[in-house]
Design a protein around this ligand. Structure first.
Ligand code: NAD
Ligand code: UDP
Length: 318
């Protein structure tokens, strides 16, 4: 019998790329998604793929898609704008949705993989961030709907491992970008790409000195696949350790798009982490993984997608 994987959030940015990688690796794949922030069009290229199906369902309700060998739980709004809009939905999918995904794995004796986040480290006081760092998170601030949901979902995952012997993996993802990101999810790369392509000013929040480390999607998903095949039960950071200020990121986008847009300084959102860079020693040693694609190359690889997305938006407005 062929291996069958369930991907929650499979119509989203990372979920759809993971479905592609699993199919390429010989798996049958069932994606479960309620299309809250995902799109059918992210999976349109799989329309005639007999080994793939999309089930439209909210995983906050109990669900059963039949026997699977691996559950990949990615469903959750992920951008600060999305989880500010869908705060309660984010808490529910991180809690109820995580229970249901774990119950599905337990019922079929499947392995389980959850997409956690660098947000578990909050506004970090340790830099770069190692997996052993417990974080600096405001439990009641505007980002808490996401940060605490993810921290809770890591706790539930470890509890199912300890109490029910479910074979689990936890990835802590750092800012990842690439084709199929929503154009309007407010994250920095789509915002800057869209603004540069349209010739509008790039909106840098604060003075742009805060840092992030950007990972191209193919590197990220390669890390997922390696972790999924490993035996590591504890969290593993998967992200690109090259750290940029947001102002440097804006300049890289202007160069790649060859845009004459200017830069506008807007207020910094509350609790915006000042710095973020993964320590990836564990992924290097354990998985032989490290990212291959630098920021400028990744932005170039994403350019066609963002140009098309901007053109479609313009066409839809007319
Ligand atoms: P995304 O918004 O593109 O994808 C999330 C998907 O989950 C969407 O398709 C959405 O419709 C689906 N979903 C949400 N609630 C659901 C529910 N109740 N039932 C079924 N489906 C539901 O975001 P993404 O960037 O692809 O993120 C995927 C995962 O990776 C998330 O868990 C996110 O927290 C994590 N992550 C992403 C990043 C990043 O930089 N992209 C960083 C850290 C963590
Ligand atoms: N940011 C910005 N301009 C934008 C969007 C985001 O300066 O148009 C900043 C944001 O304040 C943060 C960083 O870019 O410091 C990354 O934001 P994003 O929403 O992409 O992800 P985060 O890492 O904060 O979850």
């Amino acid at each position: 019998m062929s291996k069958r994987a369930l991907v929650t959030g499979g119509a989203g940015f990372l979920g759809s790329h993971l479905c592609d990688s699993l199919l390429a690796d010989g798996w049958n794949v069932v994606a479960v998604d309620n299309l809250l922030t995902g799109k059918r069009s992210n999976l349109a290229h799989l329309r005639n793929e007999p080994r793939f199906e999309l089930v439209e369902k909210d995983i906050c309700e109990p669900f059963d898609v039949g026997r699977v060998d691996y559950v990949f739980h990615l469903a959750s709004p992920a951008s600060p704008v999305d989880y500010a809009t869908y705060g309660v939905e984010t808490l529910k999918v991180g809690s109820l949705g995580t229970f249901h995904a774990l119950d599905h794995a337990r019922a079929y004796g499947a392995k389980y993989f959850i997409s956690s986040t660098s947000e578990c480290y909050g506004d970090p006081l340790e830099h770069p961030q190692k997996e052993t760092y417990w974080g600096n998170v405001n439990p009641i601030g505007p980002r808490s709907v996401y940060d605490e949901a993810k921290r809770f979902s890591e706790a539930v995952t470890m509890a199912y491992r300890r109490y029910y012997k479910v074979d689990t993996r936890i990835v802590r993802i750092f800012n990842t970008y690439g084709p199929r990101m929503q154009l309007n999810d407010g994250r920095v790369v789509p915002n800057f790409m869209k603004q540069a392509i349209r010739g509008e000013d790039l909106t840098v929040y604060g003075d742009g000195s805060q840092t992030r480390s950007f990972c191209y999607v193919s590197d990220e998903v390669d890390g997922f696949m390696r972790l999924a095949k490993s035996d590591e039960p504890l969290p593993v950071n998967i992200g690109n350790p090259n750290e940029f200020t947001i102002l440097e990121c804006a300049k890289a986008v202007l160069k790649v798009v060859d845009s004459t847009s200017g830069i506008r300084y807007d207020p910094l959102p509350q609790d915006d982490p000042k710095q973020r860079r993964p320590d990836i020693s564990k992924a290097r040693q354990l998985l032989g993984w490290e990212p291959k694609i630098d920021l400028e190359t990744g932005l170039r690889l994403s350019l066609d997608y963002f140009r098309k997305a901007v053109a479609e938006e313009v066409a839809a407005a007319h």
